[in-house]
Design a protein around this ligand. Sequence first.
Ligand code: PA5
Length: 447
Amino acid sequence: MRSIELNIQDAVFFAEKQYEANQAKAVDAMTTLENGTGAGADFLGWLHLPSETPKSLLESINKTAARLREKCDYVVCIGIGGSYLGAKAVISALSDNFADFYGPAPKNPKIVYAGQNISEEYTAELEKLLEGKKFGIIVISKSGTTTEPAIAFRIFKELLEKQAGKDAAKDLIVAITDEKKGALRTLATQEGYETYVIPDNVGGRFSVLTPVGLLPIACAGFDIEKLVHGAAEMEETAKHPGAENPCEIYARLRNALYESGKKIEILVNYNPKLHYFAEWWKQLYGESEGKDSKGIFPASVDLTTDLHSMGQWIQEGERTIFETVLSVKKPAITRRIPQDAANLDGINYLAGKNIDEVNKMAELGTKIAHVDGGVPVIKIELNALEENTLGQLIYFFEKACGISGYMLGVNPFNQPGVEAYKKNMFALLEKPGYEAETAAIKSKLNK
Ligand code: PA5
């Protein structure tokens, strides 16, 4: 059953001409994607992943998760970019807002993240949190050589071996990496860690429905079968090109808006649980489309919070933006606004209403104001924040991203630009093999 609905009526009239004109291009991009005849076709493993995920893989992941849940109060999920954002997006969307403050419960470990920055304080403070605690590690790196997770893994592996003993630690570490090659694969084989494979033909930012996302999500206690099932439902919905395909419509519209001068897309939510979903979405679209001096800049805001900081810019700043609003139909818990005898704050007119009624009116009022102010607003309505709906949403954005990238005329599945900072960082750190780059960067700095 479809549990997300796309509504373009408050956006399409801003770029009607471009939208009418690019229909054939959208069908073409969709067909190219499905037929695997476009740039980066070696990385289309995600396209039919939901419908082709074997039950045995999900069972195996659930079994590993059950072991870690049994033995750990904390599970450290080590990875960066596509190797952690999907898991964090889903876990945050499904968790209690204050889950972190409750502390671990038996068989219900806290998921904490490492290797997604190079902050000394973050690492040291996480070490402090884990001192004397029962914890396990899921280390995720497709290449196995990314600096950030490599540093974190050294540190937390050392702590785990010190606390649990080298042999017991082996049972508490799971590596998710390339099937055959890379430093992490070699280490996992040497040490005898349990491993899962990141398929060769699935890039990091498209990997949330592989063990990369599924194992941490299962460790957090969520239902990965429902998540994958939801994605498979959207895979079926978005199978054929044409005006009924929501992925194609979204890809087509954002390209039409881009052509009409809207260079920035803001993913908006009215529910703080979706904050990290936007972080995942930003990587998906930013890394896929920002190349060859092209691409919509993906940004995000949490509303109504950011209406009190970014609202002015959105309402009256440069008219180069459009919004895609994630709107959750019904909250999982209801709470009414109380009556107050003194009514000093003047909000008694709201007494008796659910808080979500006010949120929905804020959303509607904001949409009208933004559209009036020249901001196209696309709406994606989600039935509820639960696994099936999130699976549908993930696949919706992935497929739309592939179509959109092809419409834009880029290879949506590579990320050559990510190497530039690494090359300079290695040169500055005098990594062996980078002698020429070290000399070049030093002379540049001394100019
Ligand atoms: O999408 C991508 O390819 C990147 O974000 C990678 O996931 C990220 O750089 C981490 O790479 P790796 O998994 O090889 O450590």
